[in-house]
Design a protein around this ligand. Structure first.
Ligand code: G6P
Length: 367
């Protein structure tokens, strides 16, 4: 199977730009677009009777799981615990009699994630895997596999696999909400409708590339970057920091914006960029007050928001990247793109090996 870069300079660039298409493809697999409902393959368990979901994954897949935790809790009123697979496999977590274990993996071969799946089997959990490689070990060992239809991902830093994981998990969370009676038919319809809009919104996000390329020139001169977000933008902050450190080798940290006061505020100076991820959602005002705290200390603010957020934000920023307004459910899928572009363009300016960053492997099959 030959995968080529086409007109792109790197596989990562090609894979970022494929996202509208592969996410549309993945969504089409899980949604009945005509009736605006979710349509999953038959599941060997009943969401209505589940007590708890336990998610385990590594790296970027873990952050997809972290977003899904917010969704399962909000839309399905289903309690979720989540851990990185290297901790989950050893912490001897007691798991409930009617529990579902979800593992998420692009490759389906990550050693710790596979071990987590096996631990959950031992503990009598239902096993669901979200994987991109359908022939992988994890896909073979799970009770049910929800494939992400991202196609082969070559760049070591995961991009399109992440957004396809989010698309799959969003459909699953909506299905869980319906099965548990937490969502009305109308609510399901509006969530599905929001998902159908994602590929178009992703194209708009990709069009921020030029502005981000410009911003990357100043990022390439910094030592540290802080990413902040609340709610589902918190995992996005973690993912933004991960992407940046993976491919540009710039030190970056992602923090829940509300934790700013508990440590990272000490780092604020006129040198370190602070990327604030703040769609105009239920926690927007809270994030704005954190941004205010950064501004009051002379911090450099890069705000990533939407049209409504840009109108409401009263502070001066170094740069504001504006996306269209969208349903809060889909914000993580769309906000992922500027986050990826920022890491990518910074790495290109720095001249690192974007597709094969030092010391990293695409798939970590040993402990
Ligand atoms: C490695 C890769 C990451 C990936 C992680 C989990 O660290 O470099 O991009 O997110 O493994 O891999 P998986 O295949 O399980 O999703």
């Amino acid at each position: 199977f030959l995968v080529e870069k086409g007109n792109f300079r790197h596989f990562m660039a090609k894979e970022m730009h494929e996202q509208p298409e592969v996410v549309a493809h993945t969504l089409a697999h899980y949604l009945d677009m005509a009736n605006e409902t979710v349509q999953l393959p038959e599941l060997p368990f009943d969401f209505a009777r589940l007590e708890r979901v336990s998610i385990a994954a590594c790296g970027t897949a873990y952050y997809a799981g972290l977003v899904a935790k917010y969704w399962f809790e909000r839309f399905a009123r289903l309690p979720v615990e989540i851990d990185v697979a290297s901790e989950f496999r050893y912490r001897e977590a007691p798991l409930p009699a009617n529990g579902l274990s979800i593992v998420i993996s692009q490759s389906g071969e990550t050693a710790d994630t596979l071990a987590s799946l096996r631990y959950a089997r031992q503990e009598g959990q239902h096993l669901l895997a979200v994987v991109n490689v359908p022939t992988s070990t994890i896909a073979r060992e799970a009770d049910v596999v929800l494939p992400t239809l991202a196609g082969p991902e070559i760049g070591v830093a995961s991009t399109k696999a992440f957004t396809c994981q989010l698309a799959t998990l969003a459909a699953l969370a909506v299905a869980a909400g319906r099965a548990r009676g937490a969502l009305s038919t109308e609510e399901e319809r509006s969530l599905v409708h929001a998902l159908v809009e994602v590929p178009r919104l992703m194209n708009e996000a990709l069009s921020l590339g030029g502005d981000i390329e410009h911003l990357a020139r100043s990022f390439a001169k910094t030592q540290d970057v802080l990413y902040l977000g609340r709610g589902t933008s918190f995992p996005l902050a973690l993912e933004g920091a991960l992407k940046l450190k993976e491919i540009s080798y710039i030190h970056a940290e992602g923090y829940a914006a509300g934790e700013l006061k508990h440590g990272p505020i000490a780092l604020i100076d006129e040198k370190m960029p602070v990327v604030v991820i703040a769609p105009h959602d239920a926690v927007f005002e809270k994030t704005m007050s954190n941004m205010q705290e950064v501004a009051a200390r002379g911090g450099r603010i890069i705000l990533l928001t939407d049209t409504s957020g840009a109108q409401k934000a009263s502070l001066e920023t170094e740069a504001t990247l504006v996306l269209p307004d969208m349903h809060p459910l889909v914000a993580p899928l769309v906000y992922a793109i500027p986050i990826q572009l920022l890491a990518y363009h910074t790495a290109v300016v720095m001249g690192t090996d974007v597709d094969q960053p030092r010391n990293l492997a695409k798939s970590v099959t040993v402990e």
